[in-house]
Design a protein around this ligand. Structure first.
Ligand code: FMN
Length: 356
């Protein structure tokens, strides 16, 4: 059972993964005051590594102290204290034989002004998310259209956070370009209505992502991984397809393919869903235009779904199943019957309860 792809090693550059299984990035809103996650939240990650998860993602870390934050009590990696807090966690993940990757994001129009010192919400265009903010029960704030100054400032937040991650010893850095947060808002014609160099054509909508990627790459040593996460679904206005067509998706992947990226992480609601109007799933469609390693996530909860998802990708990530079951890798190794976990069950992530 074990000598198949799921439990086979995989290498990207000099970074060795002992199997193809990773824990997806999951925000835990557990970092009050100093933007350092609670001890039990950090221990949660180390436990996943010791339990045979080969790729351990941090939660999405917000990139500045001004306008990036969308949820209360999120983490940052911008100060020496924050770096010092992560360093032993990264080392413990590595000592367990696993790879530690820091994910970072800016929330853009999903930000919450009251919890951002600048008190502003910024986005490519003043397009407000349609539903209420589930955390406040209030409508989202109409964002300010980002100026050039804002754009440079935001890029700098990604760069500074990447530097913090390098300093803390992370093996890899992921730029969160998915789920309808800031970078995704630029990529999507739904939320990007700009008429300058950052809006309109596919090339222009990709410009911010490219500038962030290149600026971050310049501060990330070659022995660390640089990954980009992308999706066609967003947390706000969830039913909306972020890209108008498979051609737009393929164009974005081609642009990513041309960058000095080590892997593309494709986030789906369910990896088996058809991509746009095709007979392909998102990993298969993505593979049409890139040879880079593909990491796939969404709806992987047991051995069969993990094996199936991996047919078209190089690594699989599990979110909810690994959140709620620390022994998930052993369970799928033994092919135990398992059920998909629900979003409601996963809400425990946002409580003060220590997870096993
Ligand atoms: C509690 C929770 C927090 C999440 N936070 C993040 C996040 O910080 N960054 C991110 O890219 N995705 C985040 N996600 C999405 C997951 O990474 C993953 O894409 C999603 O849960 C689908 O995978 P699953 O079907 O295995 O749960 C979160 C999901 C959950 C359940």
């Amino acid at each position: 059972m074990d000598n198949n792809k799921l439990f086979s090693p995989f290498k990207i550059k000099n970074v060795l993964f002992k199997n193809r299984i990773g824990v997806a990035p999951m925000t835990r809103v557990s970092s009050p005051g100093d933007s350092i996650p609670r001890k039990d939240v950090l221990e949660f990650l180390v436990r996943r590594a010791r339990n045979d998860v080969s790729l351990v993602y941090t939660e999405a870390i917000v990139t500045d102290y001004e306008s990036a934050q969308g949820y209360p009590n999120q983490s940052r990696l911008l100060t020496q204290r924050q770096i010092d807090a992560w360093r032993p966690v990264v080392k413990a993940i590595q000592d367990a034989g696993s790879v530690a990757v820091m994910q970072m994001f800016h929330c853009g129009r999903m930000a919450w002004p009251e919890i951002n010192p600048a008190g502003r919400v910024i986005a490519p265009s003043p397009v407000t998310a349609k539903q209420d903010n589930p955390l406040t029960g209030q409508p989202y704030t109409k964002p300010d259209e980002m100026s050039r100054f804002d754009i440079h400032h935001v890029i700098n937040g990604f760069v500074e956070t990447a530097k913090g991650a390098v300093e803390a010893g992370f093996d890899g850095i992921e730029i969160h370009g998915a789920h309808g947060y800031l970078i995704s808002q630029f990529l999507s014609p739904y939320s990007n209505r700009r008429s300058d160099d950052y809006g309109g054509s596919d090339e222009n909508r990709f410009r911010l992502a490219r500038e962030i990627l290149r600026a971050v790459k310049a501060v990330v040593p070659d022995d660390r991984l640089l990954i980009f996460r992308i999706s066609n679904w967003g947390v706000a206005d969830a039913p909306v397809s972020l890209f108008d067509s498979k051609e737009q998706w393929l164009q974005m992947i081609k642009y990513l393919d041309a960058e000095a990226l080590d892997a593309i992480s494709v986030s789906t609601m369910n990896f088996q869903d058809r991509a746009f109007e095709t007979d392909l799933n998102m990993a298969q469609l993505t593979r049409k235009v890139t040879e880079k390693p593909i990491i796939i996530c969404g709806g992987i909860y047991d051995r069969i779904t993990a094996d199936n998802a991996l047919q078209d990708a190089d690594m699989v990530l599990s979110g909810k199943s690994l959140l709620l079951n620390p022994g998930w890798v052993a369970d799928i190794r033994e092919n135990k019957p398992l059920k998909p976990r629900t979003g409601a069950e996963a809400d425990v992530a946002y409580t003060e309860e220590a997870l096993p």
